[in-house]
Design a protein around this ligand. Structure first.
Ligand code: PMP
Length: 409
């Protein structure tokens, strides 16, 4: 009998909620009409889009539903946020972002540099925290946009976006403040009207909160200097052209409604996280948790097991039926650890042994128990064949010595 899969890679994508699938089906079947058509049949899809807009607006606490636009996901949203803000402020050619953003921001920043813009990338400390004074110092009279993610997809570190946006706006109210909230929407409460009044643009993706893939949303605060990025037809009041992904949008709306009621689960996920982390730290030597000293998402744990290969851990836990992800970029053909762990200055010997486990409201205590049962044995057996481990335990050298004493725990 094969063991059922334990899915702990929810930061990569989440299972679509059954309620979401059900709500989408009519819009793939009988309600197929183009929402822009004038006959009465098109009213169903048109109204459904507006209901979904209301659901997204409520989840993120937008002041008005007209501040929500539908996109194809956070990648499009991030491109639109940055290019749209720069086009609306052509006299300014500098942007500030961080070294730990998702490629959907970092690659845009590189492309902006190729187009003559200047980019400042803020670093983080060993726990993944940003330095607020450095943010303030990075601002220039030419700064058009500051783009700082809300929750990090690899480590789960949550930046204090309310405070950071307030600092930026106090320094220069004309700067557009964007946050990529793909990993936080639906996981922690967000209220753009009340607690995040200085965030101008927020981007998100449906498939990270049990909605479908290929659909997302973007909050653009009323009055913000921003120009549409994808142009063509008059959809989304001219702010995002293209025939709407009606079924996807409907699914995203239902996913947002479910997430609003699932906030009660935040506490349960924090307990699972605490149990998982303390059990592994107690049973496995030479492991630490990336970002442990920072505020983190309730669903994400990034372990750094020293002197083992993250890819080897992944293969071994996949054998035990557990889906997770590593913190290295080996899949992209490079031997480098991820840019996030590098920015945190995680030592090479540990960054390579990183393992990200990310839960969701469908994760059970029994599943976490299974991880706690199998992971210590997997790490021990991989270390038995690791030359680095031999070297570290038999002949401790300067830096290695420090880890053996558990300094980074
Ligand atoms: N930003 C962050 C923080 C993400 O985690 C992701 C998805 N991994 C994205 C952006 C891109 O989302 P999508 O692929 O849905 O466009």
């Amino acid at each position: 009998m094969s063991t059922p899969t334990i899915y702990l890679d929810n930061n990569a994508t989440t299972p679509v909620a059954p309620e979401v699938v059900e709500a989408m089906l009519p819009f793939l079947r009988e309600q197929f009409y183009n929402p822009s058509s004038s006959y009465p049949e098109a009213r169903g899809p048109r109204d459904a889009i507006e209901r979904a807009r209301e659901s997204v607006a409520r989840l993120v606490g937008a002041g008005a539903k007209s501040e929500i636009l539908f996109t194809s996901g956070a990648t499009e949203g991030n491109n639109a946020a940055l290019w749209g803000a720069l086009r609306a402020n052509p006299d300014r050619r500098h942007i500030v972002t961080t070294q730990v953003e998702h490629p959907a921001v970092l690659e845009v920043a590189k492309e902006l540099e190729r187009n003559g813009y200047r980019v400042t990338r803020l670093g983080v400390d060993r726990d993944g925290n940003l330095d607020k004074a450095a943010l303030l110092r990075a601002l220039e009279p030419e700064t058009a946009v500051v783009s700082i993610m809300h929750g990090n997809n690899e480590t789960g570190v949550v930046f204090p976006i309310g405070e950071l946006s307030r600092i930026v706006k106090a320094a220069d109210p004309r700067i557009v403040f964007h946050t990529d909230a793909t990993q936080t929407v639906g996981k922690i409460p967000i209220n753009l009207a009340k607690t995040l009044p200085h965030v101008d643009i927020l981007t998100m993706s449906g498939h990270k909160l049990h909605g479908p893939k290929g659909v997302g949303a973007m909050f653009v605060r009323r009055g913000v200097r921003w120009r549409p990025w994808q142009i063509g037809g008059h959809q989304e009041r001219g702010r995002r052209a293209g025939t709407e992904n009606v079924a996807g949008i409907v699914g995203l709306g239902v996913a947002c409604d479910l997430a609003r009621t699932a906030y009660a689960d935040e506490e349960r996920l924090r307990q699972l996280q605490q149990w998982l982390e303390s059990s592994i730290l107690a049973q496995v030597p030479n492991v630490f948790i990336n970002g442990r000293g920072a505020e983190r998402l309730p669903n994400t744990t990034s372990f750094a097991f020293e002197y083992v290969e993250g890819e080897a851990i992944l293969l071994a836990i996949a054998d035990a039926g557990i889906c997770a992800s590593s913190g290295s970029a080996c899949t992209s053909g490079s031997l480098d650890p991820s840019h996030v762990l590098k920015a945190m200055d995680i030592p090479f010997s540990a960054a390579h042994g990183s393992l990200r486990l990310s839960t969701s409201r469908y994760t059970t205590g029994a599943e976490i128990e299974r991880v706690i049962d199998v992971l210590p044995g997997i790490i021990a057996s991989l270390r038995r064949i690791s030359p680095y481990w031999d070297q570290a335990t038999n002949a401790p050298r300067g830096d290695i010595d420090v880890f053996v004493q558990g300094k980074y725990r």
